[in-house]
Design a binder for this molecule. Structure first.
Ligand code: ZN
Length: 146
């Protein structure tokens, strides 16, 4: 694996889990430059964002499964229905809590929003000019960012 080109900056970035979305824009420049120059930190950043999105996906899946379990218990009414329903609801609540913590504590939602915006821009750029002109001004500003 490649080495960091500037270990001091690399260490700071590692402490932030390679997330610079929360720092002031005027400070971002230096770190953006480092990411541009340093393959090591770039790959670490991708890895950490992958983990964040993986956690969100896992928490969503887990919440969905607990909800499904609750629905099935409610429908089939096995023995100890109330107890099982409570367990399923507790599992759902825990999954929702984990989802919320990951969404608040990591930049995963911003990564997803950025990806969606890039996708929307690509679609927008392929549209014929006359259709593009019909899009509401506000929507166009949001997609193109200018
Ligand atoms: Zn680096």
């Amino acid at each position: 694996m490649s080495q960091c080109v500037d270990p001091i900056v690399g260490k700071i970035l590692a402490g932030w889990r390679y997330d610079i979305s929360g720092i002031a824009p005027e400070m971002c420049g230096d770190y953006d430059d480092h990411f541009a120059a340093c393959e090591h930190c770039r790959s670490r950043q991708r890895l950490h964002r992958g983990i964040d999105i993986g956690l969100i996906a896992l928490a969503s899946l887990s919440a969905a499964i607990f909800l499904l379990a609750f629905g099935m218990i409610h429908y089939f009414e096995p023995r100890h229905t109330i107890l099982l329903e409570l367990v399923a609801l507790a599992g759902f609540a825990l999954s929702a809590l984990i989802w919320l913590i990951v969404a608040v504590a990591t930049p995963a939602p911003m990564v997803v929003v950025d990806a969606a915006r890039i996708g929307a821009r690509r679609v927008h750029d392929k549209l014929p000019e006359e259709i593009r002109q019909r899009l509401p001004e506000e929507l166009r500003l949001r997609i193109t960012g200018s």
